[in-house]
Structure formats: C-alpha cells, structure tokens
Design a protein around this ligand. Sequence first.
Ligand SMILES: NC(=O)c1ccc[n+]([C@@H]2O[C@H](COP(=O)([O-])OP(=O)(O)OC[C@H]3O[C@@H](n4cnc5c(N)ncnc54)[C@H](OP(=O)(O)O)[C@@H]3O)[C@@H](O)[C@H]2O)c1
Length: 305
Amino acid sequence: MNENENPNHYDRERPAGLTPVTVIGLGAMGRALAEAFVRAGHPTTVWNRTPEKAAPLVAEGAVLAGSVEAAVAASPLVVTCLTTFEATRQALGPATEALSGRALVTLNSGTPAGARETAAWAAGHGARFLAGAVKNVPSAVGAPDTLLYYSGDRAVFDTYASTLKVLGGDTVHLGAETDLAALYEMAVGAMLLPALVGFFQGAAAVRSRGLEAGSMVRFAEKWLDMIKSLLPVYAEEIDRGDYSEAASSVNLFLEGAAYDEELSRETGVDATWLAPLYDLVEQAVAAGHGEHSVSALTEVLAKRP
Ligand SMILES: NC(=O)c1ccc[n+]([C@@H]2O[C@H](COP(=O)([O-])OP(=O)(O)OC[C@H]3O[C@@H](n4cnc5c(N)ncnc54)[C@H](OP(=O)(O)O)[C@@H]3O)[C@@H](O)[C@H]2O)c1
C-alpha cells in the first residue's frame, strides 16, 4: 500500500514537498481557496457538483477528480466550501468510506448546531474534523492579514498549520469544541448588516441633496475607527457587568431618535429600520439603565425571551 492509499501515513506534514489538498465546492469562495493552494504549490485536487466551474483551476494546475469519492481519496486534507453544513454532508455522502482517517475541514458559514452535527457525522465516518470559517471576501483569501477561525481537533490544526496559513495569515484555533468557529463567526458577523444599512441610509441622505455617496466615505471610515476604539472598552464593561462609568449613556442614544426622525422627514429617506433599535434603547431605560453606558443594552438583549 503506498502513501496515497493509506491515509494513516499523513499524520505529519510532509517535510519534503507540500501537503496534497482536496477542495470540494468551487463557488466564489471555494475557487479562491483552491486557487490559493495551487498558487502556493500544493498538489490540489478539486471537485464540484457542476464540474465546468473547475476549468480555470485546472488551467492553473489543479486536478479535477471524476467523483467526490476520488476527490476525498486523493489527499490527506479535505477542505470543503459549500453553502451549508447540510449541503456539505449531502455532497460527501458518496465518499464516507474514503473519509476515514483523513482530516476534514469545513469552511462554510452556519450555526453552531450545524457544526456540532457535522462533527458527529464526520466522527461517525472516522474522519478527524475541524470546522472553520473565512472571515473575509474571496479576493482576500491568501493575504497575510486575512482571518480564518477554526475549532475542533487541535492535532489537525497543528499538523496542517502551514497549509492552512496559505488561506490567510491570521489563522486562529479557538478551542477543541467544534462549534466555536461557527459561534464566533456569527457573533462577529452580527455587526455587518446593521453597520452597512447605517451606511446605506447615510448614503441615501447625502444623495437626497444631490451629493455623491463617495463624498462621505472618508468620514464614515473615521467613524468606524472611532467605533473600533470603543469595542475593548465596552467588552470590559460587559464582562465586568458594570455599566456605571458611562462615556455615552443610554439616555444620550435615546435623544438621537428624534433627530433621526427629523432627518428622515427632511430627506425622505426611510429610517424605519431603526425603530427596533430604539425600542431596545427604551427597554434599557425602563430597566434603569438610562444613565448607564450604552453597553448595558447587552443586558436587555441577553434577557430577551
Ligand atoms: N462569497 C463570499 O463573500 C463569502 C465570504 C465568507 C464566507 N463565505 C461562505 O462560504 C460558503 C460558500 O460561499 P460561496 O460564496 O462560495 O457560495 P456559492 O458561490 O453560492 O457556491 C456554493 C457552492 O456550494 C455547492 N453546493 C451547494 N449545495 C450543494 C449540494 N447540495 N451538493 C453539492 N454542492 C453543493 C455549489 O455547487 P454548484 O457550483 O454545483 O452549484 C458551489 O460549489 C458559504 O457558506 C458562505 O457563507 C462566502
């Protein structure tokens, strides 16, 4: 039996030569992952339900497997990037025998429950498992500061550390619990939509005056820098459960509601998406947090049924 047939020979990264990798799922993100491995010189096998999507990767040197089973059997390290955990288990269905003894790394978005379910499924088929998440866009894959979280089998993370770093230099193992990457991905990701909708609302207000959205970018970036500087301060207040030293109080935020309404009337820009946020602020006031730091909203959120 040669090395390719016996996955147990893949316990360590091969000192002479780069680890062969299989990438399953060649959507926007999967293609970027496979491309990064190919460009870094890793022997890269790919598989996609719609095989045509593999053509540009094959032109760069990847090998297109004829079946998902052959794709899994080709490498000790199998990276999947499908839309969901469920789709991942479904796509790997015909390859469960080949998974035994290999390292499976999922890089899709999903819930902690989905990660736990997939971890149990992978263990049931004898695979070692890491659930990961790419915290950036496909064009950022491979950059030194691109963040990827992983959780699960620490030995897999350590064994393939240099291979996984090909995908992004800021590569973090969060812990042995397989659902931590999904938890952090969703917890941090929660900021995206409110922040972007806020920017879009501002852009619509500026455009209502015939000005370009681009004219506010520099100022919006500074605003985000300011918000960024507050995160460690608020995190400390939340972790201590002490909101008494308010640089910006809940009451101060409540005053903003009237201004937002007035600007909405003046510009004709719909700001109704803010109503549930002000509802939260009002609940915090009702709970006695009016003069407390705005981070006390965490308490209101945590107590929601
Ligand atoms: N794109 C981003 O900006 C970004 C950023 C961070 C994280 N992510 C995450 O990365 C994951 C993939 O995103 P993406 O943008 O690459 O999505 P995408 O472009 O829609 O590609 C989805 C991939 O999943 C495959 N697929 C879906 N269901 C399948 C099934 N039942 N059986 C077999 N294959 C299946 C698709 O195959 P076909 O080609 O045959 O349809 C395709 O390869 C998602 O979880 C996403 O949240 C994406």
